[in-house]
Design a protein around this ligand. Structure first.
Ligand code: 4AD
Ligand code: MG
Length: 478
């Protein structure tokens, strides 16, 4: 019996009447004669030609959409259009039946909402096969980018006692008996009796620990899951998402921006080179979807063009203060079309503002810098104006914020003063402050939301469709 060959490799094989074995799942079975078989190695199916007159009737009945098959046959040049080769089956073995009455995935177009409910099976559709192959490539490209530059992949803890962003939106981790919580004399929960002897939570960011690594290894990056208990029911937020957080000693804000822009372009280019077929499929999917929309709502660029455009243009860099001027004078602000009107300096930017800047004003990715310190985290380096910090956010078309980062405050005095102002307990972060006490140095870093990146590269509209099993308010199925 021939060794199994994956369909991607088989489709590139020159047919010479050789015997081959393929395994996969039936997409369709037409006329009792043509099986479209897919094994996930590529978006394309291999066509299996069945000699139905010489095949057992009972076996033919079991070749149904969703069934798993092992097919041995002869590789021949295809007579039909659309594929170069066919397999003329000599032996078909049913590895797993799929009851056509009950199988939820029919060979027709299903809505993304429906597919989300059957996320355990949606990998078997063309769309999700393409998405998860692209996601895989992007993850690999992220590692390759950093490894090529000598960065150290650092594993920061998933369970931690620190709430890195100070935003108070972490999931608690406990093994206390919730029906019988131990209490202190004041009636508060006594976390001393908890597993770690203190209150702990799932990490919201690995940054603070990442900084510790950078203060010795120079350049590190994390790539792991992060958790936020914010009640954001949007197409851009997940409660569990993957984040890439590089942290570099001796970098300033400009170096930080260069690295982030370089990373984004590198990984997008990698996907374009290695996932051409999938991205072309997703581009076509989007074009088909947009056909039902009125002309003015359709995108100016196709997905493929948008990705190319992103590679070929420098990201626009401007300060928060400059952005506020643009927004204040913008038509939607004057005509009161923004939900949150921009009255003046100091306003926090909402996604409608970010998207105006990127999609309407500059029509390309934008890096905003030097935000008011009040709307940013305590660890960001204070600028000399006393009002702003050396922060940077990268805004992408259709996405909004994809990267958030900053140069870090390396001056102990300034850092402690800011923590006091905001009320962040210094004793809990003694280890973080230690790096400023012993050989502190200028450094910078950022966080790239991995799913937002996948969203951009696949052209999908909802972040719940680019992670295998999304976690969001009131949902933790699978
Ligand atoms: O801007 P954020 O909150 O920054 C940090 O966590 C910093 N500690 C990063 C750093 O400097 N090392 O998050 C960074 C990025 C955002 O720009 C966004 O892309 C993504 O993480 N992100 C989310 N993605 C999906 N769902 C959510 N709820 C997200 N929150 C942030
Ligand atoms: Mg942010």
């Amino acid at each position: 019996m021939s060794q199994r060959i994956k369909i991607k490799a088989l489709l590139q094989t020159t047919p010479a009447e050789q015997e081959v074995n393929v395994k996969g799942w039936v997409r369709t079975f037409r006329n009792n004669q043509f099986i479209a078989l897919n094994d996930g190695s590529t978006n394309s199916n291999i066509q299996i030609v069945v000699d139905f007159q010489n095949t057992d009737e009972a076996l033919l009945k079991r070749i149904t959409t969703g069934a798993a098959l092992s097919v041995t046959g002869i590789l021949v040049a295809s007579l039909g259009k659309g594929q170069a080769v066919d397999v003329k089956a000599t032996n078909i073995e049913i590895l797993g039946d799929s009851d056509p009455e009950k199988y939820p995935l029919q060979p027709k177009k299903h809505s993304l909402e429906f597919l989300r409910e059957i996320a355990h099976l949606r990998f078997r559709t063309n769309t999700f096969g393409a998405i998860f192959r692209v996601r895989n490539s992007l993850a690999f490209a992220v590692h390759r980018f950093f490894q090529e530059q000598g960065f150290v992949y650092l594993h920061t803890p998933v369970i931690t006692a620190s709430d890195a962003e100070g935003a108070g939106e972490a999931f608690k981790v406990t093994n206390l008996d919730l029906d019988n919580l131990p209490r202190t004399e004041n009636g508060e929960i006594d976390y001393k009796q908890d597993f770690f002897g203190r209150a702990t939570n799932l990490t919201v960011s690995g940054q603070l620990e990442g900084e510790l690594g950078a203060m010795a290894l120079s350049d590190i990056y994390t790539f792991g899951p992060t958790f936020r208990a914010e009640n954001s029911n949007t197409t851009r937020h997940l409660a569990e998402f993957w984040m890439i957080e590089p942290e570099m000693a001796f970098y300033d804000l400009a170096d930080n921006m260069d690295l982030a822009e370089g990373l984004l372009k590198y990984v997008i280019n990698y996907a374009l080179e290695h996932n051409r077929e999938d991205i072309e499929f997703l581009t076509q999917r989007l074009l088909d979807e947009e056909k039902s929309k009125p002309q003015q709502e359709r995108s100016e660029m196709s997905l493929l063009e948008k990705l190319q455009f992103c590679l070929n243009n420098n990201f626009e860099r401007l300060t928060y203060t400059q952005a506020i001027e643009i927004l204040k004078d913008s038509t939607p602000n004057k005509k009161k079309k923004f939900q949150y009107l921009i009255e003046g300096w100091g306003a926090d930017l909402q996604s409608e503002h970010e998207r105006y800047l990127v999609e309407k004003h500059f029509k390309k990715p934008v890096i905003l810098t030097d935000y008011p310190k009040e709307i940013k985290s305590f660890y960001m380096r204070q600028n000399d104006d006393g009002k702003t910090v050396a922060a940077m956010d990268i805004l992408f078309p259709g996405i909004g914020e994809i990267v958030g980062g900053s140069q870090r405050e390396e001056r102990l005095e300034k850092l402690e003063q800011r923590m006091d102002e905001i009320g962040i307990p210094k004793d809990e972060l003694w280890w973080y402050l230690d790096t400023r006490r012993f050989g502190g140095c200028p450094h910078a870093g950022f966080g790239l939301g991995f799913e937002r990146l996948v969203l951009f590269v696949t052209g999908m509209g909802n972040i719940r469709d680019v992670i295998p099993f999304p976690r969001f308010p009131k949902n933790a199925e699978f």
